[in-house]
Design a protein around this ligand. Structure first.
Ligand SMILES: [Fe+2]
Length: 150
């Protein structure tokens, strides 16, 4: 990806992650007290949607060399870039772990459902902080029109 494409793509992906995370948060904010079968199916669906997006995004980011245009413009950021790239490996591991847990949930679980929802909130926080860090790095390095927009 060239510099402008990367900057634009990063902004639009950021919005998608934000939307998908909100959809997940809306769903897990309350665990129903009655039948949980449909709720659990929906949780799996939203989780799969969110994680598929995160995995695809990380693969695309790594395709032509992770944040290469940033390092070309600011070689001094190479350590920070490498730290973010390593976070992809950690996010993949967290995603795999949570995926196993989510798929093993049963509608009559109580504590496991609560615990998983708490872990999902923390996990989405990690994804969003990672993504915001990348986004800021790209925007501050590769675009000149910052400061004029929110
Ligand atoms: Fe990333």
């Amino acid at each position: 990806m060239d510099r402008n494409t990367l900057a634009e793509w990063m902004k639009s992906e950021s919005l998608k992650v934000h939307d998908l995370a909100n959809q997940m948060r809306e769903h897990i904010i309350t665990i129903p007290t009655g039948s949980r079968t449909a709720w659990l199916e929906e949780l799996c669906k939203r989780f799969d949607h969110f994680t598929a997006h995160v995995r695809r995004m990380m693969s695309i980011e790594e395709e032509d060399g992770y944040l290469l245009p940033v390092v070309e413009v600011r070689p001094s950021l190479s350590k920070q870039v490498e730290m973010l790239r390593r976070e992809h490996d950690e996010l993949r591991e967290l995603t795999d772990d949570l995926s196993k847990r989510v798929k093993s949930l049963k509608a009559d679980h109580n504590l496991l459902l609560r615990d998983t929802c708490t872990r999902l909130q923390i996990y989405m926080g990690h994804v969003q902080r990672h993504e915001e860090h990348e986004n800021h790095m790209v925007l501050y390095t590769l675009t000149q029109d910052i400061g004029g927009k929110d």
